[in-house]
Design a binder for this molecule. Structure first.
Ligand SMILES: [Mn+2]
Length: 290
């Protein structure tokens, strides 16, 4: 069964609005209180004189709680879906999954690469660093939160990137992460690119963590994000991606993050998020019902 885990972390993006996401989501699940774990942000004192790792203590301690929660959920035989909150939370969810699956593959669906470190970042915002940190690049407070586990760059696909900084591009090449930039997906075709990406990962592992940043989708349709980038996937393409991923892998855990209700139009983004969760619940229930 699926566990919904919500955390209103916004310090990784340092933008107002993300902290309201989980409250909005909770309103959509009135009868599911016993299946939702709500993780409060664990505020810690910070050193504000250094600005290349904003709110690092708060983020690391919150992600450590997320990791424990995800690890517990998987240990119970459940599939946790983390709903955020900013993408820094994936440091927690993936670290938690690594407790059980050290061979884990990761499909990172995002407009951004999230491959900065404290040494390359321009903004200091940690939601631009989680993928690097999970592979061991970056500050020890992030790299070593919860456990010393790492994801192997050879088992990571970055899918749909369309706003990648120069230093991030260098780390993508140096580390060996497989990148499918949005422009290339447009040229090669969505279906072909997706099949290629999943086939590549399937050769490496049968266990998959799926991390979906809502800004992977076109902000014309999905406005309720913090860092919109022109272009991006249609909602139906992300649904196809989810379906194929669940059919091909044992999906251990999922993130759907960066929902910012302050930027939403009506509740389109919220509706989409709830729909994606519903599709995942149904698919995972069918897949593991036997
Ligand atoms: Mn992201």
């Amino acid at each position: 069964m699926v566990d919904l885990i919500m955390c209103p972390l916004s310090y990784g993006a340092d933008k107002a609005g993300l902290e309201h996401g989980p409250t909005q989501l909770m309103g959509r699940y009135p009868d599911m209180a016993n299946r939702i774990r709500f993780i409060s942000v664990a505020r810690k004192p910070e050193n504000f004189s250094s600005s290349n790792l904003k709110f690092v203590n708060t983020i690391a301690s919150t992600c450590a709680i997320v990791a424990e929660t995800i690890s517990f959920s998987i240990g119970e035989g459940h599939i946790p879906i983390l709903l955020g909150g900013d993408h820094a939370l994936a440091m927690g969810s993936i670290k938690g999954a690594l407790d059980h699956y050290e061979n884990l593959a990761v499909l990172w669906v995002d407009a951004h690469a999230d491959m900065n470190t404290h040494e390359t970042t321009h903004s200091g915002n940690i939601h631009g660093m989680p993928l690097a940190a999970l592979m061991g690049y970056g500050h020890p407070k992030l790299v070593n939160l919860h456990n010393a586990g790492r994801i192997d760059p050879a088992k990571v696909v970055l899918f749909g990137s369309r706003d990648v900084e120069e230093d991030e591009g260098k780390l993508i090449s140096r580390s060996g992460v497989r990148e499918y930039p949005y422009e290339k997906i447009l040229k090669d075709g969505f279906k072909e690119s997706l099949d290629d990406a999943l086939g590549y990962l399937a050769k490496k592992s049968r266990y998959l963590h799926l991390s979906v940043d809502l800004d992977s989708m076109n902000p014309v349709d999905i406005m309720g994000v913090s860092t919109p980038v022109p272009g991006g996937f249609k909602v139906n393409q992300v649904i196809d991606l989810i379906k194929k991923a669940v059919m091909k892998f044992e999906v251990t855990s999922v993130d759907i993050v960066e929902y910012n209700p302050l930027h939403d139009r009506g509740e389109v983004t919220l509706d989409t998020m709830v729909m994606l969760v519903g599709i995942l619940e149904k698919l995972l229930a069918d897949r593991y019902s036997v």
